[in-house]
Structure formats: structure tokens, C-alpha cells
Design a binder for this molecule. Sequence first.
Ligand code: MTE
Length: 325
Amino acid sequence: MNKRQQLGFEHPVASDITPESVYRSRRAFLGTAGAAALAGLVPAAPARAAQDAPGALAARPDARYSTKEKLTPYGDVTSYNNFYEFGTSKSDPAHNAGSLRTRPWTVVVEGEVAKPRSFGIEDLLRLAPMEERIYRHRCVEAWSMVIPWTGYPLSHLLQAVQPTSRARYVEFVTLLDPAEMPGQNDAVLQWPYLEGLRMDEAMHPLALLTFGLYGKLLPNQNGAPVRMVLPWKYGFKSAKSIVRIRLVEQQPVTSWMRAVPNWYGFYSNVNPQVSPQNWSQAHERRIGQGSFGGLFTPQIPTRLFNGYGEQVAQLYKGMDLSKDF
Ligand code: MTE
């Protein structure tokens, strides 16, 4: 089986659980209520209340960092996933991720920091105000989605542990537990799943430490209870089910770099001009759009940095992105 087959190209199941119009009007209401609360017109709901409603995760919609593109239906976002710890085909994570226990959950933040610390997931949920950002999310396999994610910039967490001057990179480590993550019994990748960012990328306001989507806590298959989302990079940079964040001096070797070094570079910025993976990165198909449940989805052109160039291009000034892909 070649890598492309391993990546499991499949067509999505189009089950639209939350119609976009219903979701949008709820968001509009929350936005108004949030603004009114800030203005002192109505009392702000205590943060606990949001957690008490099963699965709900309150957040302030953040228009500044959100696209207005059509949302990918919730059913597609949660049934068409890459999460190799639960299998390599797109439908495997939704079927198999029920075995993952996400409470209690601890994230250790350590390495080149003045104040290393273990954060319980409840501490992390309270660390900073939750924001909702509607991001484009593009996979290297040339499909994309538009997802309302809930979280806050990773910079809030990194600042809390006080990086030292030697901290140049951030490494993300996913849970290692073959009993809960049956895919880890297959050597398709080296486990645990490792990802990394340069420090300035990690501190960028778009780099979202993510706890929810569509106003709810993350479903297991989307990386519960906490994952990264980096909208200008291919989806695989957005590590799921994170248990350890290490600030380090040397550039980390990520799982995908180790598995297929010619295909996957450290940066992995979305770039239509660079296609080391042997298939073109110039176009993408938006999951959940098009006829016959997404079978005939129109191709749309992919943009450099996934269209977030205005915000992130300066991070890569002077670099040759065809070499540092
Ligand atoms: N994180 C872990 N731990 N394991 C994985 O296999 N897959 C990556 C990324 N994070 C992956 C992971 C890839 S290839 C993609 S495209 C995105 O998760 C998919 O995220 P989504 O299923 O929420 O769309």
C-alpha cells in the first residue's frame, strides 16, 4: 500500500446535524448577548454555567479572525477525520474514538520555561477567555473545510509558563496509550504523534489552542480534549489530544517528517506552488459542498498560507519556501 492509499482518500458522509442557518442565528444572538454583557447591560454568565450544559462551550465570536465563508456542516466536520491513533481511513476516528477517556486530563508544559507546570484540563479551560474563530482548515490531501473553532491563542498558555531566552521551538506531544488509541498498535507512524512550531509561529495570535467546535466541546475524533489549530498550515500541523508541550532549543522532528521526510517539511505552510507530496497543492475541494453528498465537489484554487498571508507572511520573510516547505 502506498502512502497515498494509506492516507485513505474517501468521500465524506454528508450528514448535516446542525444546519448552518440555525447555527449562524444562535451565534448572532450570542454575539449580541456577549457585547451587551460587556457593556454591563446584562450580567455575564459565570464561566461554570457554560460547562454545566452538556457539551456546550461558550465563547465570544471573534469577527476579526473569522472568515465569512460557508461553514462545513457539523456532520462532515465530525465524520471525515484524520486521526491515525484511531485508524487510517476517514471514517475510522468517528467509529473508534469512543475509547478515548478525556477526563481527567493533564497537559504538562515544560522545557525552556521559568515556571514548568501541569495543567488539569479544567484549569486550561479557565486560563483565558474563550473565542470562537471561523477558520479555513486545509489538509495536504487537497480537501478543506470551514470550521467554527473555540479556544484561545496558545500565547496565553506559553506566557503563563514564562519561556526562557533559549526557547526557540515548541514541541507538541499527543497521548500515548494503545489501549485507548487502538491505531497505535499499527506502526503506520511512530507514536506518540509529534508536531512542532517555531516560537514566533506558536506565539502568533492565529495559533489557537482549541477546546471546541460549533459551540460544543471537541468530539473525541476531532482531538478532544485539547488540540492545536493553525489555519495557515496543512491540517497535520494541528496536533490533537495533546498531553505535553515542550519548549526547546532545537527544531523538533515531527511524526510526519520522520515517516516521509521528502514529503513533509517542518514548516508545512499551505502553498499552491510547492507540491513535494507528488500530488498538486494548487487546488482543493471543500468538503460538504457540491452535489451527491460531496461526490462532485468543485475544485477551488488554494491560496498561499491558505489565504492568511496578510497576517503571517512576515514570519517567513527572507526564507525560500520551496526549500523550507
Ligand atoms: N493529531 C494526531 N494526534 N493524530 C493525527 O493523526 N492528523 C492530523 C491532524 N492532527 C492527526 C492529528 C491531520 S493529517 C489532519 S488533516 C488534522 O488533524 C485533521 O483534523 P480534523 O479531523 O479535526 O479535521
